[in-house]
Design a protein around this ligand. Structure first.
Ligand code: NAD
Length: 547
């Protein structure tokens, strides 16, 4: 018997333990011989469809969503193609497990459920060496980075390095929803400390044991990272995610003309909510410029929505000043008006000449909005009085309770429908089950950013756009709203079914890429068949053949 050189024997074992190349029990008979896998696998060869059934059975048998999350992440670490096949074929079931609300719970528990590293950590201790350590990342073809410092994770606040679940989850959605190649995705946690005492007192916490760095050293580290990442991965798209709001606005302004960056909490949220508002007109009638919006919460998300809405009204022919008058904000200190002192810079454009007021209900009765949008991170703040007042002012009141996760929503879907006698046009940030009021069943739409950012990212990658513009987010909002079907609208749903997300993302990518070509934002020549080019960039979860 000829003796195999050790390298040949080990090659199969390596493939078995490499999540990108592993096929588990789906290695064929021929592959098992060629890769020296005989004896290392149970004898029966399964198809990918059979493996998918096994995974589903296991996931569904788990007692909690957190257990389901852990099972799926372990699968991602073991067999990436199978993971994405399951996620893509069951996106409505998997999205709440891999993203909000379960990902929030996973981040809160991260120090205890930690199993295996994923993504890339840059800490204060790496100052001066970021370029060097980034070379350790094995995938040189990185196209998208989701980058957080963990200061404002969903509506849960400062989770420090334990916020890593967010970039990981968002990038899984880039792949599942828009087909970005998994190996082109890089989750990055910038660990500059945490001010969360619970974490600092927990010996199992994975991040630096120190309070947050906030001064020049912090800015220098962000600068070092953005510069190094843009050099090592030329043209890479960097998505800023879940930064505290002052930093989020500051960094967007600082980097948007220098690198290919955007902030999903500001711009992605803006596009998804405006898409919902555009779709709501098919129920309420009228134009966008007939609406008056009253926001609870004047942070990244609220102001991001107002900015995209203003851009849409400017398209309808209003001046920016006129358009801004359609947006009113109540924050933790009351109505945002000109006379208030020390307002944050991002609120100033929306600080109108008006009497001050500290109560949301009083502001609502005074301003008579057509829509209220909750982005305060404060649960149960859209009370019965508020919904009833909206229903008194409007035949079809628009109520968007967008704070995440579900436990933070300003009201539940059931409350919005029942307190308005079924007249509310409702959307939320986290998913709610269908609701029946007076024998009528409503399917609440989820204003999930996953409708926007994957398609925008795909359009930017496919077109090699050098930059991401505000106009691209407005185009994405229109594109998404156009894809809401009549049957969605009939059931009160302002967003397309998530089951259609890949088709929706491809269309958004088309509109974004078209904008890049039409505005010379790329050196690439526009392909003859742009939609086909977009589809050609999209990853499919299929196994490689080895023999
Ligand atoms: P942020 O910290 O930037 O802003 C929060 C705002 O809420 C601030 O203006 C603050 O003053 C205000 N606020 C706090 N307590 C208040 C109170 N009691 N009454 C009135 N205002 C109050 O946070 P953000 O990034 O804007 O996110 C806010 C919420 O929106 C979070 O829960 C987040 O999960 C959610 N969000 C949802 C989506 C979506 O559904 N697609 C997208 C992004 C963010």
């Amino acid at each position: 018997m000829t003796k195999q050189p050790p390298s040949m024997v080990h090659q199969g074992v390596k493939i078995l333990h490499d999540p990108v190349r592993n096929k588990g029990t789906a290695f064929t008979e021929v592959e098992r011989d060629a890769l020296k896998l005989r004896g290392l696998l149970p004898p029966r060869v399964h198809s990918m469809a059979e493996q998918e059934l096994r995974v589903l059975g296991n996931v569904r048998a788990k007692p909690t969503d957190l257990e389901r999350y852990l099972y799926m992440i372990a699968l991602q670490d073991r067999n990436e193609n199978l993971f994405y096949r399951v996620v893509m074929n069951h996106i409505e079931e998997m999205m709440p497990i891999l993203y909000t609300p379960t990902v929030g719970k996973a981040c809160q528990e991260f120090q205890h459920i930690y199993r295996k590293p994923r993504g890339f950590y840059v800490s204060m201790n790496d100052r001066g060496n970021v370029r060097e350590i980034l070379q350790n990342w094995p995938h040189k073809d990185t196209k998208i980075i989701v980058f957080t410092d963990g200061e404002r994770i969903l509506g849960l606040g400062d989770l420090g390095a334990d916020g890593m679940g967010i970039p990981i989850g968002k990038l899984a959605l880039y792949t599942a929803c828009a087909g970005i190649q998994p190996t082109q995705c890089l989750p990055v946690m910038l660990d500059v400390g945490t001010d969360n005492e619970r974490l600092l007192n927990d010996p199992l916490y994975n991040g630096l044991e120190r309070h947050r760095e906030r001064g020049q050293l912090y800015d220098d580290l962000v600068e070092e990272f953005v510069t190094a990442a843009s050099e090592i991965f030329p043209g890479v798209l960097i998505q800023f995610e879940d930064f505290g709001n002052t930093n989020a606005f500051r960094f967007l302004k600082k980097y948007r003309d220098r690198a290919c960056v955007f902030n999903d909490d500001i711009q992605g949220t803006g596009a998804v909510a405006v898409a919902g508002l555009i779709a709501s007109l098919r129920i309420t009638g009228g134009k966008l410029s007939d609406q008056k919006l009253l926001f609870l919460g004047a942070g990244e998300a609220g102001v991001g929505i107002a900015d995209v809405y203003v851009a849409a009204l400017v398209e309808e022919g209003l001046t920016p000043e006129q358009a801004r008058k359609h947006c009113w904000f109540v924050d933790s200190k009351g109505l945002v008006v000109k006379s208030r002192e020390n307002l944050a810079v991002h609120k100033l454009p929306y600080a109108h000449e008006h009497a001050g007021c500290t109560d949301f209900l009083a502001a609502l009765n005074d301003l008579q909005p057509t829509a209220i949008l909750g982005l305060s991170g404060q649960p149960q703040t859209f009370t019965k009085d508020i919904i009833e007042a909206m229903a008194k002012i409007n035949e079809r009141p628009v109520v968007f309770a967008l704070s995440n996760p579900t436990s933070m929503a300003e009201c539940t879907a059931e409350q919005a429908y029942s307190w308005s006698d079924g007249r509310a046009v409702f959307a939320s940030g986290s998913p709610f089950d269908p609701v029946t009021v007076d024998n009528q069943t409503f399917v609440p739409g989820q204003g999930n950013n996953a409708y926007i950012f994957p398609g925008v990212g795909l359009g930017v990658i496919a077109s090699q756009s050098r930059t991401i513009t505000d106009e691209m987010f407005l185009a994405a909002a229109h594109s998404l709203a156009e894809q809401v079907s009549e049957s969605d609208i009939e059931r009160g749903r302002l967003y397309p079914s998530l089951a259609r997300i890949r088709e929706v993302s491809a269309r958004i990518a088309y509109d974004v890429a078209k904008m890049a070509y039409d505005n010379q934002l790329t050196d690439k020549e526009e392909p003859e068949d742009l939609l086909a080019d977009i589809h050609q960039h999209m990853y499919q979860p299929v196994y490689p053949h080895y023999a």
